[in-house]
Ligand binder design. Structure first.
Ligand code: ADP
Ligand code: MG
Length: 261
């Protein structure tokens, strides 16, 4: 049965190369709740978002998204679930250069036969684009758009399928304040009107009061292997196995401005 809740328990994940691994004892995001994820570059924010979206495969534990345990699904089913029920705004947008704006927004309908492209959907796509100020650019290609416009196309693509949960990986990075507010308004409005939980990675402290809750990813995750030389004091996860009694916003005033990637 479809629900609007995200629940992670005893999640363990490690990349096959490089040695980065994370453990999330517990994370629960309720119906209609909005959460900002913060933390320094490289701490695992994108890795966590990609686990919640079913892109990364957990080694163990459970990741329940929209009523299904992602960790128990084979790769193709995870992809279907993502396309059907998860609205994801990628950190790098991931627009296809050879599709125009409308084609990019309707891309999910090419990725799975489980979604049917009907006139109602096309109209919804046009409406979303128009609401975000792109109504007159439907037939432009990504290289004919500004950064802010590309970002908004990626946002429309995440919402057009009417997802059960919404994930944004720095969806307002590099946007001017007006575009930034448009994007955040659209994400939070969607959550409020549909009950979808909304999780957004951000480095922008000004945005934090807009969310119901802020989670510092460094406090949420515990490294599988303690690094021999950690950069800074390595604290144990608060509450040990109990997990998410993490003090919210502990490190909010730390400098997250360091360039990523
Ligand atoms: P953040 O989004 O918080 O900046 P990431 O989740 O992108 O951090 O990365 C966390 C860590 O995982 C980094 O040390 C990064 O180098 C590493 N990493 C990211 N992607 C991969 C990958 N595909 N393979 C191996 N290591 C990766
Ligand atoms: Mg990232």
């Amino acid at each position: 049965m479809e629900t609007h809740v995200i629940e992670v328990r005893d999640l363990e994940f490690g990349y096959p190369v490089g040695g980065f691994a994370l453990r999330v004892p517990e994370l629960r995001v309720e119906r209609g709740e909005s959460v900002a994820l913060v933390g320094p570059s490289g701490c695992g924010k994108t890795t966590l978002i990609h686990l919640l979206a079913g892109i990364n495969e957990a080694a163990s534990g459970s990741i329940e998204v929209a009523g299904l345990d992602l960790a128990a699904l084979p790769a193709e089913d995870r992809q279907d679930l993502r396309v059907l029920r998860v609205g994801l705004v990628f950190q790098e947008f991931e627009l296809l250069e050879y599709l125009d704006v409308l084609g990019n927004v309707l891309l999910p309908y090419r990725l799975t036969s489980l979604l049917e492209l009907d006139p109602e959907t096309s109209n919804r796509a046009r409406e979303l684009l128009s609401d975000l100020g792109l109504g007159d650019k439907l037939d432009r290609y990504p290289d004919q758009l500004s950064q802010g416009e590309r970002q908004r196309v990626a946002l429309c693509r995440a919402l057009v399928t009417q997802p059960s949960v919404v994930l944004g990986d720095e969806p307002t990075g590099n946007l001017d304040p007006v575009n930034r507010d448009h994007v955040i308004d659209a994400l939070l409005d969607y959550g409020r009107t549909t009950g979808a939980p909304v999780i957004v990675v951000t480095h922008d402290h000004e945005l934090l009061p807009r969310f119901d809750r802020t989670i510092d990813v460094t406090a949420l995750i515990s490294p599988q292997e303690q690094p021999k030389e950690s950069n800074g004091p390595q604290t144990r996860p608060p509450g040990g196995e109990r997990g998410l009694s993490c003090p919210q916003m502990t490190q909010i005033d730390a400098d997250y401005g360091e360039e990523n990637e």
